[in-house]
Design a binder for this molecule. Sequence first.
Ligand code: HEC
Length: 129
Amino acid sequence: MKKSVVFSFLVPCILFLSLFLICNPAISQDAAKASASLPDSINKIMISSCTPCHTSQGGLMSKSKMNLTEWTNYSPEKQKEKAAKIYSEINKGSMPPKMAREKRPETIPTKEQAEIIKRWSESFPAGTK
Ligand code: HEC
């Protein structure tokens, strides 16, 4: 294969594919099952705002940071740490990410939902860390 062919065709293809894999949130998924190990009130908020990205079907970057499908496999310390992060991200207004907030403002957790998350995140027993 000629070098120019590789650069004009294959390279853009590979770039596009990797970007797609990294960024794409799952479009259709069984969200209700994805985070069933969370308390109902939290699960509901996660499903409406977070599971499109933060489950095993979500984007690589988001699920590598936090995968709600794997929640039961997280150690108690990790659950405590992630719960605190979940609240701080919501409180700062950084999750859902800016682009997702602009596209679907209805997925931004309400003040009441943020309060529920706050109380939940503070309910974890003091860890060993
Ligand atoms: C459109 C996809 C998308 C949605 C929806 C989304 N996230 Fe994220 N999230 C990401 C990506 C991508 C990252 C990794 C990059 C970063 O940290 O900015 C991330 C990172 C995080 C992290 C950082 C984890 C760590 O350990 O540093 C937390 C916590 C988080 N998200 C919580 C949430 C919560 C809570 C919601 C719902 C209110 C949510 N996310 C909705 C894409 C998303």
